[in-house]
Design a protein around this ligand. Structure first.
Ligand code: PMP
Length: 388
């Protein structure tokens, strides 16, 4: 028996062998000539992956929550009004972080779990008072709901607010055109569709975000998050010079550069289309097995992941059976219903065979859990889309 299972949770994901080799290389100095080239190249490639050639990239050791912290710490000042477009657990987290830095937060929430607030509701909220900034969770990992970033950002711009997108479960898998869509700050983390083990907070700040940061009246309320300290370092490496503020996670940055090169080699449009097709195949298989999804309509469903309710009489213990078949899935996260559903990540280097393996393992688990269905129905549904 292999002692390795297929990791199909919504992050961390399965990484490519090239990325894993970069992680295992002898660690170089952070001021070595080859590392300076690699860090500089990774920063250039961030601009290309985010489709924001004029943006200022930041790559800092930390998780996605640090990227959110940096957005809040650098772009808001005590007393600023902020609007959070909330589609789940990570909207709540953004609100909590913003409040920690003294912002006054208003939230526009979905009417039901699995839905997204309508554009009209967000527009009405934006018109009610002057906000400095709004946040959008591109894909909320607790609900698998995808927000319409393009249209929401356009609304934000009409109302003169800075638009911040949490793309932790999206960037590198869902479509993002940061410049064209007028997203002022896009942030993510390494461990999901970017395809690098956990440990990097990744941000690209557009010109309006950098202006707002430069016009601050108060010092940034966090030392580690302060762009004043990180900006010279990013500028130095992008100019192919060394800089030091905090020791960069050298191997992770080698791995990031490798993964960004693979992403750009595939091409952003091809990559987004692959995620769309694999997601469609996986979601069709869940429906064929009689499972409803959290997102209430296909238009609000993510392509990087799926959240599905267990069938009647099946509990979270089915995840143990699925694990025995060799596939690791995640339980629910949204507090009020977390016992009732499970989550599957299908992003990054995911292949059609990963999808089929996962559907097969889910069928195995459901059968072991006593659920009655036609074995092979999920695989059939997935294949018909993969082969179509
Ligand atoms: N935002 C979203 C949408 C996420 O999915 C996550 C992580 N699951 C985070 C933020 C926080 O990232 P991290 O766990 O890396 O701190």
């Amino acid at each position: 028996m292999k002692d390795r299972k297929l990791l199909m949770i919504p992050g961390p994901i399965e990484f490519t062998p090239e990325v894993m080799r970069a992680m295992a290389m002898p660690t170089t100095s952070h001021v070595a000539a080859d590392f300076i080239q690699v860090f500089g190249q990774a920063l250039d490639r961030m601009q290309q992956v985010f489709l924001c050639p004029e943006g200022q990239p930041f790559v800092v050791a930390g998780s996605g929550t640090l990227a959110m912290d940096m957005a809040a710490a650098n772009l808001t000042e005590p007393g600023d009004q902020v609007l959070v477009v909330n589609t789940g657990y990570f909207g709540d987290r953004f609100a909590a972080i913003l409040e920690r830095y003294g912002a006054t937060v208003t939230q526009v929430r979905s009417r039901a779990v699995g839905d997204a607030p309508s554009l009209e509701e967000v527009e009405a909220a934006l018109q009610r008072q002057g906000y400095k900034l709004m946040t959008i969770t591109h894909v909320d990992t607790s609900t698998a709901v995808r927000a319409d970033v393009q249209r929401l950002a356009a609304l934000g711009h009409q109302c003169g607010v800075l638009v911040v997108v949490d793309g932790v479960c999206a960037t590198g898998g869902e479509e993002l055109r940061q410049t064209d869509w007028q997203v002022d700050l896009a942030l993510t983390a390494s461990q999901k569709a970017i395809g690098v083990p956990p440990g990097l907070a990744l941000l690209v700040a557009g010109p309006r975000a950098m202006d707002a940061f430069r016009r601050r009246k108060n010092p940034v309320g966090s030392y580690y998050s302060d762009w004043t300290l990180w900006l010279p370092i990013m500028e130095a490496y992008q100019a192919r010079q060394a800089g030091y503020f905090g020791t960069p996670p050298v191997n992770l940055i080698w791995a990031l550069n490798t993964s960004l090169s693979q992403i750009l080699g595939e091409g952003m449009e091809t990559r987004v289309a692959r995620h769309r097709r694999l997601s469609k195949a996986f979601k069709a298989s869940m429906a064929a097995l009689g499972m409803d999804q959290l997102p209430v309509r296909p238009e609000v469903a993510a392509d990087t992941m799926t959240a599905a309710y267990y069938p009647d009489n099946v509990t979270a213990s089915v995840l143990g059976h699925i694990n025995q078949a060799g596939v690791i899935l995640a339980g629910g996260l949204y507090p009020t219903i977390k016992e009732r559903y499970f989550r599957v990540g299908h992003m990054g280097a995911v292949t059609p065979s990963d999808i089929l393996t996962t559907v097969g393992a889910i069928e195995y688990g459901l059968a072991r859990a006593g659920h009655r269905f036609e074995p092979g129905a999920g695989l059939d549904a997935a294949q018909s889309i993969l082969l179509g």
